[in-house]
Write a protein that binds this ligand. Sequence first.
Ligand code: SF4
Length: 311
Amino acid sequence: MKRIAFFLSNRSCPHRCIYCDQRAITGEMHIPSPLEVAGILQKFNQPVELCFFGGSFTCFKLEDQRCYLDTIKNAPQGSTVRFSTHPLCINEEVLDLLNYYPISMIELGVSSLNNEVLAFCGRGYDNQKVIQAMRMVISRGFALGAQLMIGLPFQNEESSLEDVDKISEISGEHITTLRIYPCLVLRNTYLEELYKKGLYRPLGIEEAADWSGKTLYRALNKGLKVQRIGLQETESLSASVIAGPHHPALGEMAKSHSLAITLTSKIKQGPWQIARNQISLIKGHNCYGLRVLSLMAGLAEEQTLQRIEFV
Ligand code: SF4
């Protein structure tokens, strides 16, 4: 289904998280009104997924939420709505309202389930609050999306893997979808100040690919879906990144890392069979996948290549 995204940049966020500036990420300065959204939706003749991203949708006043949700009536029959929101604004009243609409997914900005990380980043909740919000979304039968971050201050790989385990445990039979966003230092954020004072060290690109790759591998093995790794590239994002793992192929590199774990955990030193359509995961991006696989297998790169059959 075609996805039509509207960015409600930072609207109604209960706090400003130390790393965030949605206007810089999306380049959208204007917050569209429900009337504008409705006008755009009228132009489609096939069902669409209407998305509201970049703000805290369920933190809007209920009446405002209703106005935005009602715009779906202007879209073709069968269209659905998805949005991102803040865990502090999930409650029974909000879920009662959402029940009247064809919601395809509620994406919660989780960031981390580590309390030290959450407190430092100014998220405004502790892990119990976000766990409760996830449980409520699932128990009311909505599809849950969880947006996780990596490389945040005080965060480490171990805590990300624990986050994945916890989300999998909460999800049970329910399929939760993750997005994994490596932390970037954006202009005009508090994180920029910390970085400039030498108090925050952002991840390097391969470091971020390793960490997201391990997180991806764990998530897939725990029955979760991973929809995206890394922020959507925009001109505005490129212009706003001061430092951090900003790379258009980060998601592919994470997949390479995850593939290397899969292969070596089955047969430590090969031989391995890899589907032809995955060649780029081994040979792409300066042979990042090959290097990681060689390191994990304890082989020289040439030896590793000899033990791979592309089928
Ligand atoms: S990270 Fe999410 S909740 Fe925090 S300021 Fe940005 S949009 Fe708002």
